[in-house]
Design a protein around this ligand. Structure first.
Ligand SMILES: C[S@@+](CC[C@H](N)C(=O)[O-])C[C@H]1O[C@@H](n2cnc3c(N)ncnc32)[C@H](O)[C@@H]1O
Length: 301
């Protein structure tokens, strides 16, 4: 991590507290690595939370209850505070259906607000028992640092419904504030992404079509300003299609894009990055190399 702390937690008008960059931050930079105050399985009850809180010091209990609680009308304080602040401790990805089996409360990481065009990404590092937060792009001093709490590949009405129901606020991020044609285009692009994702997954017997659809998905992400956060799995899929048909040159080109993207999002020490790096060195080591007979596809533009 860089010598100088990159952020400060402060009051943000209309959002309670939030996190502001106190200096310029480079894309991929590790901003925070923090151990949880405590963790729970992904669906705790008020009783399991109270039992966990008993194991904490008075100061830690006060710190927990000083976090935001947007569910104070619906749930007891411990559960309301958990539901407002818990972050996944494991892989959490609603598009692919992976859901973390536990969550955690973090005194700093739980202060990051949400945007549908986030500039930071969270990852749980099991080995270190810590959550890490990285910049997904260059960030200027003074910008607010935001995660995205929900699945961002959805139209505005869906995103707003989720954020209101689970986090009690009306999102006014740059994307939710679009109007007219700009909003319609954004909605169309974001709604098309989960469909493309499924279609690409079904292209195993037609890698050439798979790569064409991947290029369309990447164009869509780029137009939506989401390449930084959304492209890595598409790059990896394109790499795999090239591997199926023993297209070494294009497999390497896609793997390079995947590695660059995953490293920025998750760090070079992440399992995903290490796996891609291994295949980048020699795509022939991939278990599905050449399973479909030789063919030349295309590389990234
Ligand atoms: C995990 S907390 C984030 C930190 C919180 N703002 C605080 O004061 O501690 C989640 C809560 O922050 C607020 N919040 C997060 N993102 C927001 C946004 N984009 N606009 C308004 N409020 C937001 C909501 O009240 C939400 O329930």
């Amino acid at each position: 991590m860089s010598k100088e702390v990159a952020f400060a937690i402060q009051d943000i008008p209309g959002k309670g507290k939030g996190v502001i960059a106190t200096r310029d931050i480079s894309g991929g930079e590790l901003i925070l690595a923090e151990a949880p105050l405590f963790t729970q399985n992904s669906t705790p009850t008020n009783a399991t939370l109270l039992a966990a809180l008993k194991g904490l010091t008075d100061t830690q209990q006060r710190e927990f209850f000083s976090l935001a609680n947007c569910h104070s009308n619906k749930h007891p304080p411990a559960l309301g505070t958990w539901l407002t602040n818990a972050l996944p401790c494991g892989q959490n990805d609603t598009v692919s259906g992976r859901t973390a089996s536990k969550g955690g409360i973090f005194l700093q990481a739980s202060r990051f607000n949400s945007s549908c065009l986030p500039n930071v990404n969270n990852r749980w590092v099991e080995r270190d028992n810590k959550i890490t937060i990285r910049a997904v792009r260059n960030i200027a001093k003074g910008e607010e640092l935001c995660l995205c709490y929900i699945e961002s590949w959805a139209d505005r009405a869906t995103r707003q419904r989720e954020l209101r129901e689970h986090f009690g606020f009306d999102c006014r991020c740059a994307v939710c504030s679009l109007t007219g044609n700009a909003l319609r285009s954004s909605d169309r692009r974001r709604s098309s992404l989960p469909v493309l994702y499924q279609e690409i997954a079904a292209c195993g017997s037609n890698p050439a079509l798979g790569v064409r659809k991947i290029k369309l998905a990447l164009k869509t992400l780029s137009e939506e300003g989401m390449l930084d956060t959304g492209a890595s799995s598409f790059y990896d899929d394109a790499f795999q299609f090239c591997v199926f048909v023993a297209d070494v040159k294009n497999a390497k080109a896609w793997a390079e894009k995947a590695l660059e993207s995953v490293t920025r999002l998750r760090g070079s020490d992440s399992e995903d990055a290490q796996q891609i790096e291994k295949h980048l060195r020699d795509p022939r080591t991939h278990m599905f190399f050449g399973v479909m007979g030789r063919k030349t596809l295309s590389g990234p533009e």
